[in-house]
Design a binder for this molecule. Structure first.
Ligand SMILES: Cc1cc2nc3c(=O)[nH]c(=O)nc-3n(C[C@H](O)[C@H](O)[C@H](O)COP(=O)(O)O)c2cc1C
Length: 295
């Protein structure tokens, strides 16, 4: 890899594979349709080995990956996540924070241990787990597999702990489904680089710039609004913002004849009123998993 005299990277002199890697990253998309075809063991080993080689704070690797292939287990995950395509993926990988292994190692080595009750360790181990997942995901894409993350596993952590024999200190974070795509999806639109990257300091866009950036990303409009959706939207708005603002928000939907994407996301899909309310329950689930990061 070479640099020009300004010290910046010269893509024309890069090894050929780096161009392929960039193409892979720019053309990737989540895949939710899989062929009934197993993934050979050597392919799986390469993919998993890429995950194991990820960057990790202090080189501690505080994570474990549960490999799910059994049909009954795949269906169990699909049912619990309410997403049927999960059962069709020949392999799903459950990425978990794992303080259990490190705790046992420390004990066997007569070393002090508090990583299972230190927020700093939680902060880093969460990142370690996700970085390993993303390395795995990119490796899978590079092998021609399709992949999709499933975040809804956080809704049934106690059930997974029992079903998968997870010991105290092991906390599921995300599921990654893998399989040969029936057809590879088109990449989805993203906010532009200029919107997400701030040069030297944070630059807050004007209201107009901000709205334009999101309008460029989300062009689809769903005009089929049901009474039930309107009712839910009003309730969520009222519980989160109070009656006066709720009236105004509902009025804008009626005027325009559709929910804009922000209203759809925070008023219907990821309901603002439910999200923050769930905090105590989630913290209890994490504590029950033998991780006491907050006290
Ligand atoms: C942490 C996380 C959780 C996700 N959970 C789900 C999920 O439960 N179900 C699903 O179909 N897609 C899920 N996705 C995939 C996203 O919907 C997808 O990445 C997003 O819509 C952007 O599309 P793209 O990946 O094709 O660019 C998840 C992605 C991430 C990173």
């Amino acid at each position: 890899m070479s640099t020009d005299h300004h010290g910046s990277f010269d893509i024309t002199e890069s090894p050929e594979y780096s161009g392929e890697t960039i193409k892979l990253l720019l053309e990737r998309a989540s895949c939710r349709n899989f062929k009934e075809k197993p993934i050979p063991e050597d392919v799986m080993y390469t993919v998993l080995n890429a995950g194991v080689h990820a960057a990790t704070g202090g080189n501690l690797q505080p994570f474990s990956i549960i490999r799910i292939e059994n049909k009954e287990m795949r269906q169990w995950f699909a049912d619990n996540c309410g997403q049927e395509f999960i059962a069709k993926a020949p392999v799903s990988l459950l990425f978990c924070i794992d303080m259990h292994r490190l705790k046992r190692w420390a004990a066997l080595c007569n070393a002090p241990f508090a990583a299972d009750r230190a927020f700093r360790h939680f902060w880093i181990s969460f990142q370690d787990t996700i970085i390993a997942a993303q390395n795995t995901c990119t490796a899978a894409d590079a092998m021609g597999l399709g992949s999709v993350y499933i975040g809804t596993v956080m809704e049934f952590i106690p059930e997974m702990r029992e079903k998968l024999d997870l010991p105290d200190g092991v906390l599921p974070v995300v599921l990654l489904c893998l399989g040969w795509p029936k057809h590879y999806p088109e990449p989805r639109k993203k906010l532009d680089v200029d919107v997400l990257v701030h040069r030297e300091k944070y630059h807050d866009p004007t209201n107009q710039e901000l709205l334009e950036a999101f309008e460029k990303k989300y062009t689809d409009r769903n005009t089929d609004i049901t009474d039930q959706q309107m009712e839910t939207f009003r309730t969520v708005c009222e519980e989160t913002e109070g009656k006066e603002l709720a009236d105004r928000f509902v009025e804008t939907v009626k005027e325009k004849g559709f929910f804009n994407m922000a209203q759809l996301y925070f008023g219907l899909h990821y309901r603002a009123s439910m999200m923050a309310e769930g905090n105590p329950d989630i913290m209890k689930v994490i504590k029950n998993a033998g991780l006491n990061f907050w006290e």
